[in-house]
Design a protein around this ligand. Structure first.
Ligand SMILES: Cc1cc2nc3c(=O)[nH]c(=O)nc-3n(C[C@H](O)[C@H](O)[C@H](O)COP(=O)(O)O)c2cc1C
Ligand code: SF4
Ligand code: SF4
Length: 390
């Protein structure tokens, strides 16, 4: 019989579906909702040692596209401690806390981790991830490396991780930014420094949405000016999965919570097949509600039973068996596309492909000229009726 439950170190995750740190994990009522909906874990919203500037929530969503946030609120560590105690009293859902110390000041990280351990948190998640640094160089106003920029300095990251792992008993997970980061070096450093696992990856930095009819001013409600900031949601899924895979290949025994851009249960399975043990989501839950979590859990369990997987770990990294370097790709040109005329409904999608000289629509059906087909496969991936085969 298949199970969604996994034990990783000292933590039992009742489901692989977790809620990443963000607005959804910064209030007790929301944590309870996540627990009631069957999340395997939550990562409580960023709790910094020093507050670098006022925390104000600013967000923008382009449906089906990207989610942009140049700024968000942060928690005061006293609030976080109260929330950890309250949520751990009422649920068996695992609770991690996303903490952010002051750059290389290891004591500031230990201070936070120690508090969270005493409050009953199951683990801490180090924020080497925040894409919204106070200054353009990635520094905090106080001059130290901040959030995502820490990922770019594996030595600094290693000092913080090993300082923490020798000071606290709870597992230390490392959430990092894949931007400008040597993921393999960081993952190996994390493993050597005693980290419990990696959380890959946080939002890349993108340009703010603009109104082209207003001279390019920010299209953010009530904002005349804006900074560049975190991009989340569907557009980052494939880069995220590559970074999960890089972390897994560099340190195969180090567990991974993978995410970024997951919006469907199938995406969760993809991310596991690229090397994750658990997945996290944020944007999709923001847009559709916590009620999607049970749908993910039901889908995953049904999928595992149908496909004969007993455990999540049996699916971990499977896609990488099919990965080869680009110079080993099969560069021979295979047989041309073939149209199954029974399935073809003549929608014309394939015939619109601008570079392709081989597809025409004749008598309401697609027709391929085999002599002109380059066997690129694009038409087959676009056909809504799966009418094109090779
Ligand atoms: C408004 C907002 C605030 C966030 N705050 C945090 C945070 O405090 N700490 C953190 O590590 N990640 C934070 N994230 C990143 C998310 O946890 C997640 O890594 C990111 O949104 C990508 O996943 P998604 O595409 O499923 O949203 C935040 C994301 C959003 C949208
Ligand atoms: S495989 Fe490529 S070249 Fe061949 S018909 Fe399809 S789109 Fe055109
Ligand atoms: S996209 Fe598929 S269904 Fe549409 S015309 Fe081409 S083969 Fe037919």
């Amino acid at each position: 019989m298949s199970t969604l439950q996994q034990r990783i170190g000292s933590i039992v995750f009742r489901s692989p579906v977790t809620v990443g740190a963000g607005p959804l994990t910064g209030r007790l009522d929301l944590l309870k909702k996540a627990a009631d909906c069957g999340a395997g874990a939550v990562s409580i919203k960023q709790t910094p040692f020093s507050q670098p500037r006022p925390g104000v929530r600013k967000m923008y969503a382009e449906r089906g596209g990207y989610f942009f946030n140049p700024s968000d609120t942060r928690l005061d560590y006293r609030e976080t401690v109260d929330m950890v105690k309250a949520i751990k009293d009422t649920t068996d859902m695992a609770v991690l806390v996303n903490i952010l110390g002051d750059g290389a000041n290891v004591d500031s990280w230990i201070f936070l981790a120690d508090l969270m351990e005493q409050a009953g948190a199951d683990g801490v998640e180090l924020n080497f991830a925040c894409p919204n640094p106070p200054d353009k160089l990635g520094n905090n106003g106080g001059g130290y490396q901040y959030g995502a920029s820490i990922s770019q300095y594996p030595d600094l990251a290693g000092t913080v991780i090993s300082g923490l792992t020798s000071a606290v008993r709870i597992p230390v997970w490392v959430k990092f930014s894949g931007e400008g980061t040597d993921t393999a070096a960081l993952s190996r450093t994390a493993q050597k420094s005693g980290a419990a696992g990696m959380v890959a990856f946080c939002s890349p930095r993108g340009a703010f949405p603009i109104d082209i009819y207003q001279g390019g001013r920010p299209k953010m409600a009530a904002m005349q000016e804006c900074s560049f900031g975190g991009i989340n949601g569907p557009g980052i899924r494939k880069p995220s999965q590559r970074i999960v895979a890089e972390a897994y290949k560099a340190a195969p025994s180090l567990p991974i919570i993978g995410g970024g851009g997951i919006s469907k249960p199938e995406h969760a399975i993809e991310t596991i097949m690229f090397g994750a043990d658990l997945i996290f989501m944020h944007t999709q839950i923001m847009l559709e509600g916590f009620e999607i979590i049970p749908k993910f859990n039901d889908f995953l369990l049904r999928f595992m039973e149908e496909q004969g997987y007993d455990t999540i770990s049996q699916m971990k990294g499977l896609a990488l068996k099919h990965e080869i370097p680009a110079n080993e790709l099969d560069y021979t040109i295979g047989p041309p596309a073939q149209v199954d005329t029974e399935r073809c409904v003549g929608c014309g999608t394939c015939a619109k492909i601008a570079f392709c000289r081989s597809i025409t629509l004749e008598d309401g059906k697609a027709k391929v000229d085999p002599a002109l087909c380059e066997c690129c496969g694009l038409c087959a991936s676009l056909c809504p009726k799966q009418a094109i085969r090779f």
